[in-house]
Design a protein around this ligand. Structure first.
Ligand SMILES: C[S@@+](CC[C@H](N)C(=O)[O-])C[C@H]1O[C@@H](n2cnc3c(N)ncnc32)[C@H](O)[C@@H]1O
Length: 416
């Protein structure tokens, strides 16, 4: 196995611009190779092979090595492997699917040997190899037939199988260059972690019901209070918010709108179906469950009163256009979802929140999700005995600590 040159490459990139090689296809054309040259040892193969440039790594390795050498000689620091179409899908055009592994291995070896040769000549200037992954020569989202817009020349499953899901990079390319909405939905459904339950981190809902909502209605008698549950999963979170508001008599007789969204269409479908079982109730007493839910076989269905103010929709937090309109909500619950995001992805979502949140809006996150290390323009406040975030430097709707922790305990006892 070759030593790992990543650190050396990173160091050099910090010092100077490194040059990548140019196109492989045009260089191969200049070699003027014919069918017999492409075939090499595959002389009995039943299909034409001229044009299968990736196959040349097996049948004309010297030609490929010469091209790499020419790029290194011209000043390239890195050459890419001759593997742009070395996938089962692309090779199927030539009936060469069975050779895909051998092609990739040979291409990597030829490029490596060329790079090593040049590095030996000028050790002060090491040369590198970049593995090339083509996005395949087919598209899963467009029809190849103008008369049949629904036709596809490859399915999602075929693409996934072709890429073998052995590399996240392969899958990344697939999603990046060839993904239809259905691909993303399938991915979101697979990634969703449906771990949630009624009245989870109930202190924040209590703060909403007992402190934020009364202050909001006092300050805005004519406006609806807009609440957004931004990763609502199967619906337990928005339903619990409705319960908390009902406990203090605010659910009815006030204009309250709860938008409940999730990135996974399957979760929203289950939320709309509204049939809950044992584990969702792990924190509710039997009395409270009986107050807000109707038994239905081995499941429980939420009371219509709780559902009246809730609107269910699919929205991916990573897509600003999908979440902007919800981010104008007065109170955002975005809990236990940032744990799955990279820091930069969290920052991007927060930029959208912060841009659209009202000046005195509130954001509640999960107990293990802190923004303090991310350097965003939201500041942590204690509100009604719970922790939330407000826009930095803005006037929050209510004074801090107006609600004592004793009141929170009493509210929790009433519901849980
Ligand atoms: C662990 S659950 C949290 C549910 C609820 N907020 C709670 O705290 O109990 C995480 C939810 O985040 C959703 N999710 C993951 N990535 C998302 C994204 N990019 N946009 C919207 N929802 C996403 C998942 O589908 C899943 O339903």
């Amino acid at each position: 196995m070759q030593p790992d040159h990543t650190a050396e490459l990173a160091r050099l990139l910090g010092e100077r611009i490194l040059v990548l090689d140019g196109a492989m296809g045009t260089m191969i054309q200049q070699c003027r190779l014919g069918e017999r040259d492409f075939r090499g040892r595959f002389h009995d193969h039943p299909r034409d092979l001229a044009g299968d440039n990736d196959l040349l790594s097996l049948t004309q390795p010297q030609a490929i090595a010469t091209i790499h050498d020419a790029y290194f000689e011209a000043g390239a620091d890195l050459v890419e492997t001759n593997t742009f179409n070395a996938t089962r899908i692309a090779q199927a055009d030539y009936g060469m699917e069975s050779e895909v592994s051998a092609i990739n291995e040979a291409a990597a070896r030829i490029a490596r040997e060329s790079a090593d040769r040049w590095t030996r000549r000028t050790p002060e200037r090491p040369r590198f190899v970049a593995g090339a992954l083509g996005p395949t020569n087919r598209t899963a989202s467009l029809s190849p037939d103008v008369n049949d817009p629904g036709a596809r020349n490859v399915t999602f499953d075929e693409l996934v199988t072709a890429y073998g899901l052995t590399s996240f990079l392969d899958y990344y390319y697939l999603l990046r260059y060839d993904a239809s909405p259905a691909h993303w939905d399938a991915l979101m459904n697979r990634l969703a972690v449906p771990e949630t339950f009624f009245c989870r981190q109930f202190d924040q809902m209590t703060a909403l019901a007992r402190v934020i909502a009364p202050a909001f209605f006092a300050a805005n008698p004519r406006r609806p209070l807009r609440i957004w549950s931004a990763a609502c999963c199967t619906g337990e979170e928005p339903l619990s918010i409705a319960m908390a508001l009902d406990q203090v008599g605010l659910l009815e007789g006030n204009s309250i709108q709860i938008d409940a969204t999730d990135g996974s269409p399957a979760m929203i479908e289950r939320a709309r179906a509204g049939a809950y079982a044992g584990r969702s109730f792990r924190q509710l007493s039997d009395d409270v469950r009986a107050k807000y839910f109707e038994p239905d076989g081995d499941r429980w269905r939420p009371d219509a009163r709780l559902l009246r103010n809730i609107r269910w929709n699919v929205a991916n937090l990573a897509r600003p256009d999908e979440v902007e309109r919800y981010a104008t909500a007065d109170v955002i619950f975005c809990r236990n979802v940032f744990i799955y995001f990279a820091d930069e992805a969290i920052r991007s979502v927060l930029r959208v929140f912060s841009k659209h949140m009202p000046p005195d809006g509130y954001l509640f996150l999960g107990a293990s999700e802190s923004l303090t290390r991310l350097g965003v323009d939201l500041e942590l406040v204690e509100i009604g005995g719970a922790f939330g975030y407000v826009k930095e430097g803005r006037r929050p709707l209510v004074e801090q600590e107006r609600f004592s922790t004793a009141d929170v305990s009493a509210a929790r006892r009433a519901l849980l």
